[in-house]
Design a protein around this ligand. Structure first.
Ligand SMILES: NC(=O)c1ccc[n+]([C@@H]2O[C@H](COP(=O)([O-])OP(=O)(O)OC[C@H]3O[C@@H](n4cnc5c(N)ncnc54)[C@H](O)[C@@H]3O)[C@@H](O)[C@H]2O)c1
Length: 255
């Protein structure tokens, strides 16, 4: 029996990288998965892969920065599968390591809208559902080591990933203490090979790249390294873990 048998999971950013790997692993572990993604064609590829394994999923085109889209995502889970047990906020955008002097208002607003507003809208809606369910529910926010370091992203990326850790801890503090049935945890990945991490770094902000070099060489992970961590946090194996940040970076930031 899978570790998520009978559970309903929503995964944002399900078309690519970590979101795809998490969606596929959750479905393999028995969850019914709602794939939420901006890019319809990549979303449909994930959907086909899950269905071809005779697992269960549905998909909805969502811009997580749009509150109405996020509400529709939660409604889809309830309409099709009757409940929401797991929300994985994975969708995110990078900012090219942009330093503050080079930051436009438009870039700032977009990065914050996707990386912060999206998880805020989704978590708010999910918590309301969790409160109505006897078994509660769990949120997994994909932050970053930029969520606790100064230099693994540009200005708003760093701000946004710090904010996600705050969101995680606040939900855990407000809702976790009564019976532990509502949980929120974050994952802080190091460098993971996905479409977000460019091989050609020449277009990245120079100051950002200089600041990036301070921790020296690092290992690169694959999306499945994050998916297995997300499975642990989604399953009852972690039922006494609430408000934590799981760093998954192969010792890059250890001191
Ligand atoms: N790759 C890394 O090294 C790394 C490290 C730390 C944290 N992260 C974080 O991991 C998460 C997943 O990133 P990834 O590396 O898998 O990147 P990715 O680019 O492969 O996947 C991100 C997915 O999110 C989707 N997306 C973007 N904006 C969206 C929106 N507004 N609404 C809905 N979907 C949207 C994209 O279409 C894409 O499918 C992100 O939050 C990212 O910040 C990545």
């Amino acid at each position: 029996m899978g570790k998520l048998e009978g559970k309903v999971a929503i995964v944002t950013g399900a078309g690519s990288g970590m979101g795809r790997a998490i969606s596929i692993l959750f479905a393999n572990e028995g969850a019914k998965v709602v794939l939420a993604e901006f890019n319809e064609s990549s979303m449909n590829e994930t959907l086909e892969e899950i269905l071809s394994e005779n697992n269960t999923a549905t998909a909805i085109k969502v811009d997580v920065s749009n509150e109405a889209d996020v509400e529709a995502m939660i409604k889809k889970a309830l309409d099709e599968f009757g409940r929401v047990d797991i929300l994985a906020n994975v969708a995110g955008v990078s900012d090219g390591m942009t330093s503050i002097e080079n930051y436009s208002n438009e870039l700032f607003q977009r990065v914050m809208a996707v990386n912060v507003n999206g998880p805020f809208y989704a978590s708010r809606a999910a918590v309301k559902v969790f409160k109505e369910q006897e078994t509660g529910g769990t949120i997994i926010n994909v932050s970053s080591i930029a969520g606790f370091l100064g230099a693994r992203g540009g200005t708003a990326y760093t701000m946004s990933k710090h904010a996600l850790i705050g969101l995680t801890k606040n939900i855990a503090a407000f809702y976790g203490r009564n019976n532990g049935k509502i949980r929120a945890n974050a994952i802080a990945p190091g460098s993971i090979l996905t479409s977000m991490t460019p091989n050609d770094t020449s277009q990245l902000d120079k100051l950002g790249m200089e600041a990036f070099s301070d921790l020296g060489p690092f290992n690169r992970g694959v999306p499945e390294d994050i998916a297995t961590s997300a499975l642990f946090l989604a399953s009852d194996d972690s039922k006494f873990i609430n408000g934590e940040v799981l760093t998954v970076d192969s010792a890059w930031t250890v001191r």
